[in-house]
Write a protein that binds this ligand. Structure first.
Ligand SMILES: [Zn+2]
Ligand SMILES: [Zn+2]
Length: 327
């Protein structure tokens, strides 16, 4: 507390640099607790935010992702089949499928979302992809593309998340790019699209059946579910708060009703889930996820996996890595 009256004017307003995006913000003294950055809208704080100098995907990729990817790559002819599928559907067709009627996010259009994308990219060390917001009642997001990745966020997701939770989702998607998932993930999304949207996707469905065997399709979807676990870790590496990731999952599980859901009890549910599942039944569990047509594994399972990773100490090891030069 300053006791010099003459400095009163200087102490009522002061400048604080946003730890996420670097923007300088003028705040009133005592406002620190709730003040948000004028650019990225994330909470201002004196705590540091780590940016990774040279993060390697092998440093955080989930073992289930790694194993499923190895199994996928071991299928004879898989790469040729995928190459053909993506060649025929083409980058431009994929962009049309993924971005029809969506709003493109730029430094001027939804600037706070653009800032969050920049934060995720600079933290993980990824080139900026294109980002779109699409009207949809389904709270989801995805990343696709062949040469140039595109991230799409559905409006229902944005409407129910806080700014910190939106950062978690954007970072999860940027994680797909960092972990080099995009090509396989796009193929997985095309297969899902072919299976779900019967009329529009009829030619696509035929193509998928022609080019890819049932084994290939199954292995691809099996891998795609497990890939989500790696990207939840990427989301944690950017938000640097496990509970931001946890609350995001809770909202994915509970929807708008999540405001009435107790977060601590949700965590407990996640821990119980982890304790009770039978390792031997794991394959059956993943198979059920695919049969149920879920694009992402259950949020409760995902939050328990994130907590487990934190408890293993691996997350802290990465956080202790040297920084990329200037803070
Ligand atoms: Zn900021
Ligand atoms: Zn994902």
């Amino acid at each position: 507390m300053p006791d010099d009256e003459s400095s009163a004017l200087d102490t009522t307003r002061r400048s604080i640099r946003c730890r996420y995006c670097g923007q300088r913000n003028q705040i009133r003294d005592g406002e620190d607790v709730e003040a948000r950055c004028g650019r990225c809208r994330l909470l201002l704080s004196a705590e540091p935010h780590k940016k990774f100098a040279a993060l390697n995907k092998d440093q955080y990729v989930h073992p289930a992702d790694r194993r499923a990817l190895a199994a996928l790559r071991a299928i004879p002819g898989i790469d040729t089949a995928l190459k053909k599928l993506l060649e025929v559907t083409g980058e431009s067709a994929i962009r049309v499928i993924f971005t029809a009627s969506a709003v493109k996010v730029t430094p001027k259009q939804c600037p706070d979302l653009y800032a969050k994308l920049q934060i995720a990219c600079t933290t993980l060390g990824v080139d900026m992809p294109e980002l779109f917001v699409q009207q949809s009642p389904i709270p989801n997001a995805f990343t696709g593309g062949v040469k140039r990745p595109v991230i799409v966020l559905y409006s229902a997701l944005l409407e129910r998340l806080t700014d910190e939770e939106v950062l978690a989702v954007v970072s999860h998607e940027v994680g797909h790019i960092h972990a080099e998932h995009v090509l396989y993930l796009t193929a997985a999304r095309l297969i899902e699209l072919a299976a779900n949207a019967a009329i529009i996707a009829a030619p696509l469905a035929m193509l998928v059946k022609q080019l890819m065997s049932l084994t290939m399709r199954y292995a691809l979807l099996a891998w795609a579910r497990r890939a989500e676990l790696s990207c939840d870790r990427a989301a944690l590496l950017v938000t640097q708060d496990q509970h931001v990731v946890g609350r995001t999952m809770m909202k994915l599980a509970g929807g708008t009703f999540a405001s009435k859901v107790d977060y601590e009890l949700f965590l407990e549910q996640g821990r119980d889930f982890q304790k009770n599942y039978d390792e031997k039944a794991l394959d059956r569990f993943w198979a059920d996820i695919i049969t149920a047509g879920l694009s992402h594994p259950f949020p409760v399972w995902r939050v328990s996996e994130v907590l487990k990773w934190v408890e293993s100490g691996e997350y802290q090891t990465l956080m202790n890595l040297p920084e990329s030069g200037a803070a």
